[in-house]
Design a protein around this ligand. Structure first.
Ligand code: ADP
Length: 553
């Protein structure tokens, strides 16, 4: 055997093995099956070329080889045509009537080729292939034109899909069109057209070209993940290794060679097996991770959608609740002020309780509305130079009455007359302070609350100290989160409505002011101190000047 024969035979074996491996690994889709069939035909076709070129071959084998060459060669184009129809779309959107008619025509031609003298008048034993094949010129021309049209139809279909497709598919189709048109045209020239003129020199180049053909389509198919390249490559590599060592073993001359090559073969088989297994496992776990990541992503999208729906629901429900609550507040105020006549002390104290509960509900609804505003990015601030002391003072005043009801004294330690102003939204900051004092009152029984404001470097630091239920380290880590409530507040059976939003909102507001909010507590039952630090106007201005300066340079 010369080099060319070995090359053709190995191409043939390679393609046949490749076809089987592809089929075994395919997910049994139509396009995958067609591609495996195409590859098998390339293998058979190459084998036929090997047979035809075998020196001193029997006439019957030569006849068989030549017919097989044209038969398998034809099926390469036919399966390519069908592959193109199904590539990347399993349920075919095209009408199949024309492809079926074309295929029937093709098989009829093949039938006539084998069983009549339509294409081959005779096949004889001669020195050269051109002398061996006696063509019926008209039949051969018809056959060639038919096959060429089939090939062009496939290319045309792909070209049309290429023009109408989007990114990824477009890229794959580009490879297929480019590779198949070059290899297909060259293959037809060397193995179909030139032989018609008695030129057979390119006959043996066919298998090499066809392997390019397979390689290019294979690349596009594999890139799309229909088959797994890594597993297939490992299997082919192991197979070639085992075949080579086996061939060496069979041609062994001495006993030593038999033993040593046998040992090498054994090692290759064992290692090959483990190699394939590990690659298999690796690929599968990668696939699993990819699938998991995909489903996680989908779940995340769904969660976000639900979260959005929830926010919208809260917003709508809160708006609906606010109006009646405000009306109730109005009437209660009028009763308390005696607008409907004098009220007895008993009724007055009951009305007060109703009023306070209503206030809590209003606060809750406002918190929920704030939450939905924050989450939809609609929270608006009106920043200005703000006197924090004034805000604290008025808020403390507001709490004096309920504090008295609970027998709690609120002490407010002013910072002094020359307290500098801060840069903030007075209304929103009031909400923060309100929440802190409200909590201090809510989570204390009868101990005093101390509120202090100090200047610290470039900021003002507010502290709200109570000697109430306190909190554990674990609670400290969570309470600024949305809907988070401390275990202590439920255990202590605090007589208050709350959903765990006040501190979350306070933190968002303080953060948006460039400040900081935090809590310190020595432990459960030992009271807590909430701190808020807010930057002074001068510091904010300096910062913004600095930013402008940085942006300029
Ligand atoms: P709510 O008071 O509506 O539950 P908040 O966000 O205002 O919601 O508070 C969250 C949690 O922080 C409370 O449930 C409580 O456990 C804890 N907490 C807040 N302030 C205090 C405080 N002054 N003393 C003890 N625990 C507090």
């Amino acid at each position: 055997m010369n080099f060319f024969q070995i090359l053709i035979l190995s191409m043939s074996v390679l393609n046949i093995v490749f076809a089987f491996i592809l089929y075994l690994h395919s997910k049994k889709s139509i396009s995958e099956g067609l591609f495996a069939f195409l590859t098998l035909n390339v293998g058979i076709w190459s084998l036929a070329i090997f047979l035809i070129n075998y020196p001193n071959i029997d006439l019957s084998y030569l006849k068989f080889g030549i017919l097989l060459h044209y038969f398998a060669g034809n099926l390469i184009f036919l399966s390519f045509f069908w592959f193109v129809l199904f590539y990347q779309r399993e349920e075919v959107a095209v009408h199949l009537i024309w492809p079926i008619l074309l295929s029937i025509g093709d098989f009829t031609l093949l039938f006539f080729m084998v069983f009549s003298k339509f294409i081959f008048v005779d096949i004889v034993k001669a020195a050269t292939l051109s002398e061996s094949m006696v063509f019926n010129k008209a039949g051969y021309l018809f056959y060639s034109v038919f096959l060429f049209s089939l090939f062009m139809a496939a290319e045309l279909i792909m070209w049309r899909r290429f023009k109408n497709s989007t990114d990824l598919l477009r890229k794959h189709l580009k490879y297929i069109i480019l590779g198949t048109s070059v290899a297909g045209l060259l293959g037809q020239t060397t193995n179909l057209i030139l032989p018609a003129f008695g030129i057979f020199f390119g006959f043996a180049i066919g298998p090499v070209l066809s392997t390019i053909f397979i390689g290019i389509i294979g690349y596009a198919v594999l890139r799309h993940g229909l088959f797994n390249l890594k597993i297939i490559a490992t299997e082919i590599f192991t197979l070639i290794l085992v075949i080579t060592i086996s061939a060496q073993l069979l041609t062994s001359q001495s006993q030593f060679e038999i033993v040593s090559r046998g040992f090498v073969l054994l090692v290759a088989v064992v290692f090959g097996y483990f190699l394939i297994r590990s690659v298999y496992q690796e690929v599968r776990s990668k696939e699993k991770i990819e699938n998991l990541a995909n489903s996680l992503e989908a779940a995340n999208v769904e969660l976000k959608r639900l979260d959005q729906a929830k926010s919208e629901f809260i917003s709508i429900a809160s708006h609906q609740l606010r109006t009646p609550l405000t009306i109730i507040k109005g009437y209660l105020s009028m009763i308390r002020e005696g607008s409907f006549g004098k009220v007895s002390t008993d009724i007055s104290s009951t009305v007060n309780k109703v009023y306070l509960s209503n206030e809590r509900l209003i606060k809750l609804v406002n918190d929920l509305l704030d939450l939905s505003r924050m989450e939809s990015g609609k929270m608006k601030y009106e920043f200005a130079e703000t006197n924090l002391e004034e805000i604290i003072e008025s808020t403390v005043d507001e709490f004096q009455l309920p504090a008295k009801d609970k027998n709690i004294k609120i002490t407010w330690k002013e910072g002094g007359n020359d307290m500098p102003k801060i840069w903030g939204d007075a209304w929103k900051l009031r909400q923060v302070i309100f929440n802190l004092i409200d909590n201090a009152l809510k989570y204390s029984h009868d101990d005093d609350i101390e509120i202090k404001l100090e200047k610290e470097d470039d900021s003002l630091k507010l502290s709200v100290r109570d000697s109430g239920i306190g909190m554990t380290k674990e609670t400290i880590g969570n309470i600024f989160q949305k809907f988070s409530r401390g275990r202590e507040s439920t255990v202590a059976k605090v007589n208050a409505v709350g959903v765990g939003l006040g501190l979350y909102i306070a933190k968002r507001i303080v953060d948006d002011h460039g400040g900081k909010i935090w809590v310190e507590s020595p432990g459960e039952g030992k009271g807590s101190v909430f701190y808020v630090r807010l930057p002074l106007v001068s510091a904010v201005k300096r910062n913004s000047q600095m930013n402008e300066f940085i942006e300029k340079i």
